[in-house]
Write a protein that binds this ligand. Structure first.
Ligand code: NAD
Length: 293
């Protein structure tokens, strides 16, 4: 049992903090939103009045915040100063690679063990403790973070140095956004050509058009009963969050001089979908846009 400071107990962090409590740890939670704190209290967390109070004397600090600016403000504003020298600092938020690298390097200069550890998996995986963590940071920091991450997920993978967890996350989600659009447009074309969706799935899922977007998350109802298409695209991974990740990928590509035309097109289409009111809908709902809805 260790003491863990958890900053940001929202949709994702709430479930993750609850799993750390279930694993027997003392979890001190801080958030700006009273509703998030109420849920954390109900799940057995100790509620504190500031990030610094949460961090004081804790063995580990986990942050799960909206974006890079929040993460920078949290660490540079309070957490670096409040953290014990031996604490491991774990940022699980999805943020831009440049900010993750710079915060990781700042931690290194202060002789603090820190990793960026963004997740794959949505709120259901956060609640169930089945997230995948992509981790960037020095070997010793990874070794310190790993046992804690394992209690919130089922896969913990070391991707490289500071910022490489974020790099892995946005590269993965750039593939996901692009393959989802490609899969959705193929189902729309099949439909217009008179090819039955299940028949097309039975063929393509065993042929070279196969991808996770088709076989695990099929964007039309029927072939994959668990996919959000079967519940009118409610729940799942919101299109607004997919757009966020595609924008982070575009930003990283610009900084690195990488050519990502498919990722850029995916970002443009998700922007259109979000502008049309699809931000809260599961990202596979983009099939509706491609149908002309
Ligand atoms: P959320 O908005 O539900 O939670 C973020 C929480 O941070 C909020 O409760 C907010 O009040 C709190 N917060 C903001 N600034 C704070 C501060 N300075 N101090 C303390 N608390 C602060 O968002 P979420 O869905 O939980 O997402 C969190 C992160 O996880 C994001 O970076 C997101 O991109 C990533 N993510 C989300 C999902 C998902 O399906 N929701 C999936 C993968 C990754």
């Amino acid at each position: 049992m260790v003491t863990i400071a958890f900053i940001g107990v929202g949709n994702m962090g709430g479930g993750m903090a609850a799993n750390l409590v279930k694993a027997g740890h003392v979890v001190r939670a801080f958030d700006l939103a009273p509703a998030a704190l109420d849920r954390a209290r109900g799940n057995g967390c100790h509620i504190v009045g500031s990030a610094a109070e949460a961090a004081d004397g804790a063995d580990a600090i986990v942050t799960m915040l909206p974006a890079g600016a929040h993460v920078r403000a949290a660490y540079e504003g309070e957490l670096f100063a409040a953290a014990s020298p031996n604490a491991v600092l774990i940022d699980c938020s999805t943020i831009d690679v440049a900010t993750a690298k710079s915060i990781g390097e700042a931690a290194h200069k202060l002789a603090r063990a820190m990793v960026d550890a963004p997740v794959s998996g949505g709120t259901a995986a956060a609640d169930a403790g089945t997230l995948t963590f992509m981790v960037g940071g020095p070997d010793a920091a990874f070794a310190a973070a790993r046992p804690i991450l394992e209690q919130m997920g089922r896969a913990v993978i070391h991707a490289g140095g500071a910022g490489m967890g974020q790099a892995a996350k946005i590269c993965n989600n750039m593939i996901l956004g692009s393959t989802m659009i490609a899969t959705a447009e193929a189902f729309v074309l099949a439909e217009k050509l008179g090819l039955d969706a299940q028949t097309f799935f039975d063929i393509s899922s065993k042929a070279s058009g196969q991808s996770w977007s088709m076989t695990s998350y099929c964007p039309v109802p029927g072939p994959v009963p668990a996919s959000p298409a079967n519940r009118d695209y409610q729940g799942g991974f919101a299109a607004g969050l997919m757009l966020k990740d595609l924008k982070l990928a575009a930003q990283a590509a610009q900084g690195a001089g990488a050519s990502v035309p498919m990722g850029a097109e995916a970002a443009a289409l998700y922007q259109l979908f979000v502008n049309n009111g699809g931000g809260a809908v599961d990202f596979s709902g983009i099939v509706k846009l491609l149908r002309g809805a």
